[in-house]
Write a protein that binds this ligand. Sequence first.
Ligand code: C2E
Ligand code: CA
Ligand code: CA
Ligand code: CA
Length: 277
Amino acid sequence: AKAVGGSSFRRYDPGMGSGSLDPLLLGQELRLALARGELLLHYQPKVCARTGRLHGVEALVRWQHPERGLVSPGLFVPVAERFGLIGALGHWVLEEACRQAVAWREAGIACRVAVNVSPQQFRNPAMLSEVAEVIARSGMDPADLVCEITETALVESIGSTQRLLDALRAMGIGLSIDDFGTGYSSLAHLRAIPVQQLKIDKSFVDDIATSTDARALVEGIIQLAHALRLEVVAEGVETEAQWRTLQRAGCDVVQGYHIGRPMPADELRRWMAQRRV
Ligand code: C2E
Ligand code: CA
Ligand code: CA
Ligand code: CA
């Protein structure tokens, strides 16, 4: 994996720990990491499919481990979920993302910030008041915040989370269904939950420029989403051809390495300046 250009971060190795790391040890280290402030956020741009203008960013958590280097969330988020640390991690992510959103606003940059929310956070009865508190303390406009929830998480806990989602929405927070197409949500779910955005999973985007079946599937998802007045984001866009195909299919927003990798906030500023978005 490529290290993020120009930054002081060490090599990012998403393959790390495939069986080689003891989850219990990692859990203990993660507990310390939260206390020591070893977590950081990278931000990946989402741009308008038609104009290429900045539409928002997604905050993605990283762990700057003193010995292991930059650790992937694919590795430590499941550990956090397993060892009861996801509440603390999610709270930190939310606080940091809100702080950054306010800083961008003050610098004249209008952009919505999306955070990934784990299903376990939704099962916490204090979640709503915590979110309200963080937002109030940061001075952030709730309309600048988006929560990304995976389709699988939504389907698994639709009964218990409906009221929470309604309450977040009532606060003005945006809701987005992540990894759409990989879970099994029904049209009834899509109608019942107060989401505004749907993110088509990367696995569908991968073949879109080369396979007519993949393209038909994505076109179908986009039409369905638009019929329900949802905004459609395609994630994992890695080529110009994929972007163009998505644009033709009516996709609203694109996100992926071809547009911009996840990067630290200061690097994102430079990315914005270069692209004049
Ligand atoms: P996700 O929410 O589906 O995020 C998209 C992942 O795909 C990110 O990996 C992103 O860096 C990567 N990606 C973006 N564009 C491309 C592309 O064009 N090609 C390829 N191959 N990959 C691309 P990352 O940052 O390693 O995050 C992995 C997962 O970890 C996320 O998947 C999300 O489920 C979870 N995660 C990340 N940050 C948080 C967080 O703050 N809280 C929680 N609960 N989960 C998080
Ligand atoms: Ca996401
Ligand atoms: Ca996703
Ligand atoms: Ca994904």
